[in-house]
Design a protein around this ligand. Structure first.
Ligand code: DHB
Ligand code: FE
Length: 288
């Protein structure tokens, strides 16, 4: 059976993609940020995933304001990397696993989630930057298949934290009922607090970010008590991307332990953060 072996959450700021393209990992400005990813890379190497379920938000590339699905799942053999205007290099297409995607979509719809299935899908920096960051030596030959799960964090009304948590639980059940022996890692991208426009442009709330980083590990259901407007107030208009992290955490059904976290301000307009979680079955936990 497929097994979710863990999860990684990370910011997806376009400036990271630019720094990678310009080889700036050791610049004084960027070094503390990239150094924070060393333990994530080591963990990923030993986790040896076959598949990444990428929980992210599209930023107006594949979906625009005229058509905005609340939850969309890719069901293609590959996903095109495109740049919606940040000047980032276009990467090699990301391989998909259409059979696993359809298994996921069927289970989610049976579980009463109304999913938009996408057999043709371009992915933006919310997907590509984390792939570039976490598979730095891929040379464009991505070592995993990918399943994009896009959550509307752009145009209100947004799904609630509770709804995203429940979606995550359903994703976890669906993946773990897949009969192939696949090792799956879930990525949740975006956040933490940031606001890119309006009178609060540049808003960062370190206290709330650190609360989220801690609570999502120990007591994730506490976060489901928040409303979308609580998130907007505390994390900023774009800080609602934390919904992607909540969904990711929901997909971990086993015994969850924190391997690593890092928090670094400022990266662009956004507090840059990463979190690595391991997910073990009861039997694996007892054997350890
Ligand atoms: C920034 C952050 C984002 O999440 C994003 O999608 C675009 C830009 C930023 O901090 O610059
Ligand atoms: Fe974003």
């Amino acid at each position: 059976m497929a097994q979710i072996v863990g999860a990684i959450a990370t910011s997806h700021i376009p400036a990271i993609g630019k720094a990678i393209a310009e080889n700036k990992q050791n610049d004084p400005y960027w070094k503390p940020f990239f150094d924070g990813y060393g333990p994530a890379l080591s963990w990923l190497k030993q986790a040896k995933p076959d598949v990444v379920v990428m929980i992210y938000n599209d930023h107006g590339l594949n979906f625009f304001l005229d058509k905005m699905p609340t939850f969309a799942v890719g069901a293609a053999a590959q996903y095109r990397s495109e740049d919606e205007g940040w000047g980032l290099p276009v990467l090699n297409s990301f391989p998909g696993d259409a059979a696993l995607s359809w298994h996921l979509i069927e289970h989610l719809v049976a579980d009463e989630f109304d999913i938009t299935s996408c057999q043709d899908m371009a992915v933006d920096h919310g997907f590509a930057v984390p792939m570039n960051l976490l598979f730095p030596n891929a040379g464009g030959q991505w070592p995993v298949k990918t399943i994009p799960v896009s959550i509307n964090t752009v145009q209100h009304p947004l799904p609630t934290p509770l709804r995203c948590w429940k979606l995550g639980r359903a994703i976890g059940r669906a993946i773990e009922s897949y009969p192939k022996d696949l090792r799956v890692v879930v990525f949740g991208t975006g956040g933490l607090s940031h606001q890119l426009d309006g009178t609060r442009a540049g808003f960062i709330n370190k206290k709330f970010d650190l609360y989220c980083l801690d609570t999502i590990v120990r007591d994730p259901e506490a976060l489901t008590k928040l409303s979308v407007m609580d998130l907007v107030r505390e994390a900023g208009a774009q800080g609602v991307e934390f919904l992607n992290w909540i969904t990711m955490r929901g997909a971990l059904l086993g015994q969850v332990s924190k391997i690593h976290s890092n928090y670094h301000i400022p990266i662009s307009n956004t507090a840059g953060a990463t979190l690595v979680l391991e997910n073990r079955t009861e039997a694996q936990s007892q054997a350890a």
